[in-house]
Design a protein around this ligand. Structure first.
Ligand code: GAR
Length: 209
């Protein structure tokens, strides 16, 4: 069983897609052992509770410094003894100590086709605002491993989504979630659990191809 910790900050629709995938058996050999939020009010915490998953909040405001918050976050992760950490809308920059400790064992879902509209400052609705501003006809989502950079790690899966006439950032965000994020995040976890993904020369490769 792949022991997964899911880190969240907000609504948790990606968390829900993972919970549903595990329940339905489309994500195989996987157990969500803990949900961690940096935000006490995250609806994602309720989703965890409703599904009987242990959830903890590690909130920066409760700690005297960023350093102490980082230690608490790492402790909350380590206690759960995860094989994989899934960042599902987690809007905290991952401390270097954590990327080093869990190298190639942290994945993130980003709501664009990396390397477009990613990096510092590109998160949530802002990504879709930037895509509409630029006038791209295609956008999408990416699941990637997390390294020391922001959205720079090896890419596991991507899925393109059409931009339509008259889209607002909110409408586009919803389409990207429905058509891409909620599909490729569960798929990536299933493939990792199945041992199908390896990293070679800084890129992901499938072991069965
Ligand atoms: C998702 O669109 C996710 O891709 C994005 O935040 C949203 C969280 O929604 N993440 C980022 O922008 C990370 N850079 P959710 O809480 O409903 O899953």
């Amino acid at each position: 069983m792949l022991r997964v910790v899911v880190c969240v900050s907000g609504g948790g629709t990606n968390l829900q897609a993972v919970i549903d995938g595990v329940k339905a058996g489309s994500i195989r050999n996987t157990e969500i052992v803990r949900v961690i939020s940096n935000n006490k009010n995250a609806y994602a915490l309720q989703r965890a509770e409703e599904n009987g998953i242990a959830a903890v909040c590690v909130c920066p405001a409760d700690y005297v410094s960023r350093e102490v918050f980082h230690q608490a976050l790492l402790a909350a992760v380590e206690e759960a003894e995860p094989d994989l950490i899934v960042l599902a809308g987690f809007l905290v920059v991952i401390p270097q100590e954590m990327t080093a400790r869990y190298r190639n064992r942290i994945i993130n879902i980003h709501p664009s086709l990396i390397p477009s509209f990613c990096g510092t400052g590109y998160y949530g609705l802002r990504v879709h605002e930037a895509a509409l501003e630029r006038g791209v006809r295609l956008t999408g989502a990416t699941v990637h491993f997390v390294d020391e950079g922001t959205d720079t790690g090896p890419i596991i899966l991507q899925k393109a989504v059409e931009v339509k006439e008259g889209d607002t950032p909110e409408v586009l965000q919803k389409r990207v979630m429905e058509e891409a994020e909620w599909k490729i995040l569960p798929q990536a976890i299933d493939e990792i659990a199945g041992g199908l993904i390896e990293i070679k020369d800084g890129k992901c490769r499938r072991t069965d191809q």
